[in-house]
Design a protein around this ligand. Structure first.
Ligand SMILES: Cc1cc2nc3c(=O)[nH]c(=O)nc-3n(C[C@H](O)[C@H](O)[C@H](O)COP(=O)(O)OP(=O)(O)OC[C@H]3O[C@@H](n4cnc5c(N)ncnc54)[C@H](O)[C@@H]3O)c2cc1C
Length: 304
């Protein structure tokens, strides 16, 4: 058996610092990577593997025949559809069509969208379960840029994939310290309000945007990055609940659940990670006015 490090875009041993000296801010991390022009290695060739033994094939057959729930037409990641299936074949087809349609050139302008398939790449569920390699995504993105030009927008996909690396490397550096109730600075345990937390999970806080997001999450297992930030900030900063309870609910719901990404983002919003600004508080009314000005998203998810 051979094992290969493949969790991150950039191999840890290609970075100019030891594991324990990861820059404590994402921006410094990115700037140092870019200043040193560090690039991921090319993806490894497909290994030649013997066929699965019949007993193993029998074990996985029931999975292929599994019944999925009907697709919710409102879903931004309709996983019961074949095009969004949890396989490498579906992942590669999705990546190919994303590039063919030139979507990297509009990514930066649309990435904060709330509803629809094309506003962001939707790579995350496949990245999280290992059906898609971040290195392969970048290799194909570079090929796309060679053919169709480089833009600030196509650069932004690299920028976001670096966030993914940063949180994975943070996990490598700090391990279980990321799971301390008071986060990396080991502050006092956060406050909690179980009744408010129940209402948040059920999409019954009384704030239309928050409730819409929580209904989408529970019904589809996916939520765009902007809505994740808004609902997480609301739980931590408005409802004064324990960020770990929110992270656990995301873990229970998300199709793209990845412990480093989930933990890293929750700590960042709670101000208990490495963010120098000490937490991110999003005003939900302002966010609704900016990202859902016509109320379409709130209307779409006004019912579970
Ligand atoms: C509270 C909270 C919890 C989150 N939990 C998870 C999680 O469990 N699993 C997960 O994969 N992502 C998580 N994210 C990050 C981000 O929301 C998702 O990766 C993104 O919404 C996935 O959709 P996409 O692939 O269309 O993203 P795109 O916008 O198309 O981004 C492309 C890729 O960049 C990476 N990326 C983008 N934004 C982030 C980010 N904020 N942090 C780290 N990587 C990012 C992802 O790998 C993503 O697939 C979380 C964010 C928040 C605020």
């Amino acid at each position: 058996m051979h094992s290969f490090w493949q969790s991150t875009l950039l191999a840890p041993d290609s970075l100019p610092w030891a594991d324990a000296q990861l820059p404590d801010q994402f921006t410094r991390f990115r700037q140092q990577v870019e200043a040193a022009a560090i690039q991921p290695a090319a993806p490894l060739p497909e290994p030649a593997l013997p066929p699965l033994p019949p007993a193993a094939r029998q074990l996985i057959q029931p999975l292929a025949a599994m019944d999925y729930p009907a697709t919710d037409p409102r879903s931004s990641f309709p996983f019961p559809d074949a095009a969004f299936a949890g396989s490498e074949t579906a992942a590669l087809a999705h990546l190919a069509q994303y590039l063919q349609r030139g979507l990297p050139h509009s990514y930066k302008a649309t990435r904060n969208g709330l509803h629809g398939i094309d506003y962001s790449s939707k790579f995350s569920p496949w990245l999280a379960c290992g059906s898609l390699s971040a290195r392969l995504v970048l290799q194909q993105l570079h090929a796309f840029e060679t053919e169709h030009g480089h833009s600030d927008s196509s650069y932004w996909l690299w920028f976001e994939l670096l966030w993914r690396d940063y949180f994975k490397l943070l996990q490598r550096q700090h391990g279980r310290r990321l799971y301390h109730p008071g986060g990396l600075p080991q502050r006092a345990s956060p406050t909690h309000n179980p009744a408010a937390f129940q209402r948040w999970m059920a999409g019954q806080t009384g704030h239309a945007l928050i409730d819409a997001g929580m209904r989408e999450l529970a019904a589809t297992g996916y939520l765009g990055n902007r809505m994740r930030q808004i609902v997480a900030s609301y739980l931590i900063h408005e409802l004064q609940c324990d960020w770990r309870a929110g992270a656990a609910w995301f873990e229970a719901c998300l199709l793209d659940y990845d412990c480093s990404q989930n933990q890293g983002n929750w700590l960042y919003l709670a101000g208990l990670g490495t963010d120098p600004r000490g937490g991110r508080r999003f005003n939900p009314d302002k966010q609704a006015a900016e990202y859902d000005a016509d109320g379409h998203y709130r209307q779409l998810w006004s019912q579970p």
